[in-house]
Ligand binder design. Structure first.
Ligand SMILES: *Cc1c(COP(=O)(O)O)cnc(C)c1O
Length: 380
């Protein structure tokens, strides 16, 4: 690239956000250094209270990561071998990984072609097949992929009929809205992630679990601290090191303060992308009454398009893109022996071949957006 070419576009721009809040983050970190309570310091419970006020969940339990958030709920529900849990195959590996940790059967469910989220009809198929295989269905893990909440009404109805709990994997969707509710209140429990590149990201690993069930919240607080009872030296169950660092909670308090403003910006940017790209590619579909937080802005390329060639031409113009997910979980070596709804997941397979995610963050200006759009349309 010649010296006069503009700098490459950032896929996610954490530096622009940091510039906005750097003073406040510096002060927050300095406060932690001053009081020295690096584990379970006052910022942890303060952040939890702010999360509950923000999303409406009765209980917010901050923890070490989104993966651990999912795992600890499964531990609290005593998930064990012989049981079956249903999740989409078109997701990040952590959704299924935690089920495998506990030795339960995973049943991979297909997704909806428009929303990329769990298809309730495919869930019905998987439940019937799991029962026929002699597995004991216990729970469903819908994923709010790319920031759009799953179809919780339809999934909860099926789950209630079958006596299954629902654990929302909201790792990509904290802050998203589902009619008059927010992610965190749509299931028995919801796990989210504060991995730096997620919409609400820390400066390291972090996560949270949301629930309205006080007993579950208390069990989770025990599990994340080695199964503590009245003290950490009274061990009433098998637990783990699942706490969030005080330092990360302090950073997240500052990030949560600007998060609703950032969600607005993400939605403004996504709407503009969709206007500029309509007619060229299939733009994302957000169902009526829902609001995404745009963890990814993901389009579907025309069936005839050569995705790798498009990505490389875009890259030549300094525009990064990404494919989430090129190899769905039912095709991964470590997971291919698990159940597959109907024996094949045609929508998942189709999407993995044609999706493309574009740069997305709240500080993407119109000029940069135009560059992204021109690079993609030019490559097409
Ligand atoms: C990021 C992610 C996770 C895991 O979160 P970590 O904080 O990285 O452990 C789980 N599920 C989905 C869908 C994710 O995108």
């Amino acid at each position: 690239m010649s010296a006069s070419s503009p700098a490459p576009v950032r896929f996610v721009d954490l530096a622009a956000q940091q510039e906005r809040i750097r003073d406040r983050v510096d002060a927050a970190i300095a406060r932690v250094l001053d009081h020295g309570q690096y584990i379970m310091g006052p910022e942890v419970s303060e952040f939890e209270a702010q999360l509950s006020a923000h999303c409406g969940a009765a209980h917010s339990v901050a923890c070490s990561s989104g993966t651990d958030a999912l795992a600890m709920v499964l531990m609290a529900k005593n998930v064990r071998p012989g049981q079956a849990i249903f999740c989409p195959a078109f997701t990040f590996v952590a959704t299924a990984e935690v089920v495998a940790w506990l030795g339960a059967h995973i049943w991979f469910v297909d997704v909806d072609a428009a929303t990329f989220n769990m298809d309730p009809a495919s869930l019905e198929t998987a439940i019937a097949e799991a029962k026929a295989a002699g597995h004991e269905p216990v729970g469903v893990i819908p994923v709010d992929l790319f920031g759009i909440p799953a179809d919780y009404d339809a999934i909860s109805k099926i789950a209630a009929r079958e006596g299954l709990w629902v654990l929302g994997d909201g790792a990509q969707a904290y802050g998203a809205r589902y009619h008059n509710r927010r992610v965190g209140t749509l299931a028995m429990a919801t796990a989210t992630s504060f991995f730096p590149a997620k919409p609400l990201g820390a400066y390291g690993d972090g996560g949270a679990i949301f629930t309205d069930d006080a007993e579950l919240a208390e069990t989770l607080r025990s599990i994340l601290f080695h199964g503590k009872g009245t003290s950490q030296y009274d061990n009433v169950r098998i637990g783990m090191t699942g706490r969030i660092d005080t330092m990360q909670a302090a950073v997240l308090i500052e990030k949560l303060a600007i998060f609703d403003d950032e969600i607005e910006a993400r939605n403004r940017i996504a709407a503009r992308y969709s206007t500029l790209l309509s007619g060229h590619v299939e733009t994302p579909h957000v169902p009526d009454g829902l609001q995404s937080v745009w963890a990814q802005y993901t389009v579907k390329l025309p069936a005839v398009a050569d995705r790798a060639a498009i990505q490389s031409q875009m890259k030549d113009k300094g525009v990064p893109s990404a494919v989430y997910y090129a190899k769905p979980l039912h095709l991964q070596d470590a997971y291919s022996h698990h159940g597959i709804a109907g024996g094949t997941l045609p929508v998942t397979d189709m999407l993995s071949g044609c999706v493309l995610s574009l740069p997305m963050h709240p500080y993407l200006d119109e000029e940069t957006q135009d560059r992204v759009v021109e690079a993609l349309v030019g490559a097409l």
